[in-house]
Structure formats: C-alpha cells, structure tokens
Design a protein around this ligand. Structure first.
Ligand code: ATP
Ligand code: MG
Length: 333
C-alpha cells in the first residue's frame, strides 16, 4: 500500500510555542514514522503581512528549522522545504486564482478574523486576502492526504478541497482532496486566557524558553479571578493552568485529583502553577538543550533545508506538469 502523504507547515514569523506543539507538531512526530511527510516553511505566506519586514522572515527560517530538529523531526524521515524556492507553487496559485471568487475569499472566517486583528479593512494587501489560494497550491501540489493543523486552519483545508474539486471538474482528475488532522486539544489558549496562543499576541510560551521565563509566564497565568483565598472554591473550566495540565501533564489521574481538590476549595493557585512549571520544564528542557547544540552549526541546519527543498521540487514539478497538461497549456516539451 502506498504511504500516505502529509503536508504541513509554519510561517517563519517567530519561534514555535506550546500551541504549535499540541496543535500540530505532536501529530507530525507521530506520522513521520509511517508516512511520506513534508514540512514547509511558509516564507512567501509570511511576507503577505510582513512585506516591509523581510529580515524578520529570513531570521525565523533558521529558528523554525532549529525548533523542528530539536523536537525530534528527523531529516531522514521528514522532508523540510522552503516555500519561496519552489516556483511551481506560485504558478499553480495563478491558475487557482481563476477558480475562486472574491466573495468566497472574503467569507473565509480565519482570514476575516485575522484581517480584523490586523486592522486591515479595505486596505488589505491583495496577497494576504488570497493567501488561502496559495496555501491550497501548497497542499494540492503534494497531493497531500493529511494535513496536521490547528483548528484555525480548517477553513483553509475546506477551501483547498473546493479548489481541487473545481479544477478536476473543469480539466479532469489531477488533484486529491486532503483531510485536516486536528489534535484533540484543539486550540491552546494563551497564558492570558485569550482564545489562541499566538506568536503575534505576546501570550506564548516558546519551546526554546529558559526555565526562568517558563516560571515567570506560568506565574502570570490566568486562573479563576474569583478564587482569591486558598480555601475558596475554584473553577477549573476556563482556568488556563488546568487547560495546560490537561494538555501536557502525562499523569491524568493526578490532574483529576487536583481538579477535585481545587473545586472543593483548599488548593492554592501557586500549588497548581508549581506543578505546571515542573511539567513544562520536563517537556521543554531536552528540546532547549538539543536546540542550543544545533544552533552552533547553522550552516549544517540550512543544508538540511536545502536538500529537502530539492527533493520537494521534484514533486511540485511533476504535479505542475500534470496540471498544465490537463489545462491544455502544455505547448512545448
Ligand atoms: P502568526 O501569528 O504569525 O499567524 P501562529 O502562532 O498563528 O503565527 P502559524 O505559523 O500561523 O502560527 O501556525 C502554524 C500551525 O500551528 C498551524 O497549523 C496552526 O493552526 C497551529 N497553531 C498555531 N497556534 C496554535 C494554538 N494556539 N493552538 C493550536 N494550534 C496552533
Ligand atoms: Mg497563524
């Protein structure tokens, strides 16, 4: 049986954090052993809302690679590549642009939300509004079966599948529908209790953070504002410390006991925060150590990316040729 193809990626706009870890990285780690896995650094997509800051995008390409390798993504199993180096992707995007209406783009809930967050209104860069189409090209070019992503990406996969359907209907069967693979935790909230931990919201704990930073961030965490005295009854739902314990503490029965005690009263916020600090430190400390070692040889790390990009290019060239043939624009050999 042919291996399943996995395609996923991240925007090089910052280092990876716990939200990425739970939302997508753990699934990537699991799948690299059994599937043909591609991980894309979406630098062209990052430029759609960072056009004036190429330095930031460039620097974070290396940071992402360090994060990937440090968490255990293995270049022998996973193909890493950089989006901008594969011209077939923007070429497919151009053809896909004809298959999507402006109204459909404006309805995409994730883009709508991000536009509001960034305060774009009608002055949205055209590249930003259309990034779901370029993301469809990324997914479809690899004929991905599965896309491990956070919940916020579901509308993107839906849009990619619509494009695949329309293309196939117009020109014949070339593209394959992809399935999103969303982690059971869904979306990890930020330490401030906001709906999403995000690089751009300043509410993240990074996989590379120092122990001291982890402590500071956890101590700042949003809990239950009405839980003032230790003996007060506390709320577990919406309490970020418990959300994180649920997501990261391997000892589920201990977490269950803490929840019961917290609800009843008699368990202080500092106690549960101390436990979370230990849990996070034991997750992050081996990642941090490996990352520090890798960071000493950035050229080696970039050559892994270069090698992967060459390999990924073989696939995108093949798919583009098929697409152009189907579209009857394959004039010359
Ligand atoms: P930016 O603010 O620049 O968009 P980001 O933090 O949203 O950065 P992305 O590179 O856009 O990160 O997302 C990479 C992947 O991680 C996506 O699949 C996204 O769904 C997932 N992801 C990001 N934040 C979270 C989160 N808080 N919980 C779960 N998944 C997340
Ligand atoms: Mg994002």
């Amino acid at each position: 049986m042919a291996k399943k193809v996995i395609l996923t990626g991240d925007r090089p706009t910052g280092k990876l954090h716990l939200g990425h870890y739970i939302g997508s990285l753990t699934n990537r780690l699991k799948l690299q052993d059994e599937a043909e896995e591609y991980v894309m650094i979406a630098d062209a997509q990052a430029l759609t809302d960072n056009a004036d800051n190429p330095e930031k995008v460039r620097q974070n390409v290396l940071e992402l690679m360090l994060d990937y390798l440090a968490i255990g993504l293995d270049p022998e199993k996973t193909v890493f590549f950089v989006q901008s180096a594969l011209p077939e992707l923007p070429e497919l995007t151009v053809y896909f642009l004809n298959l999507v209406t402006l109204a459909r783009l404006q309805r995409n809930p994730t883009v709508k939300n991000e536009m509001k967050q960034k305060g774009y209104g009608a002055n949205v860069p055209a590249g930003f509004l259309t990034y779901p189409i370029s993301q469809a090209a990324d997914i479809l070019a690899f004929k991905a079966d599965l896309v491990p992503v956070g919940e916020d990406q579901l509308p993107m996969i839906e849009q990619a599948n619509e494009i695949a359907d329309t293309f196939n209907r117009f020109y014949g069967p070339v593209f394959k529908r992809a399935k999103a693979l969303v982690s059971s935790t869904g979306r990890l909230p930020g330490i401030d209790g906001k709906a999403k931990m995000s690089k751009s919201l300043g509410n993240a704990i990074y996989l590379s953070d120092a122990e001291k930073t982890i402590k500071e961030q956890v101590m700042k965490m949003y809990t239950d504002p009405r839980h003032i005295h230790v003996e007060d009854k506390g709320k577990v739902e919406g309490n970020v410390v418990f959300t994180y314990l649920d997501a990261f503490d391997p000892d589920k029965s201990a977490v269950g006991a803490l929840k019961r005690q917290y609800r009843k009263g008699g368990l202080g916020d500092v106690e549960i925060k101390k436990r979370l600090i230990e849990v996070l430190e034991s997750l992050i400390s081996p990642i941090r150590q490996k990352r520090e070692k890798l960071a000493k040889d950035p050229e080696r790390v970039m050559s892994i990316l270069e090698k992967g990009t060459k390999k990924a290019g073989e696939t995108t060239r093949k798919t583009l040729a098929e697409a152009k043939k189907a579209m009857k624009i394959d004039y010359f050999r």
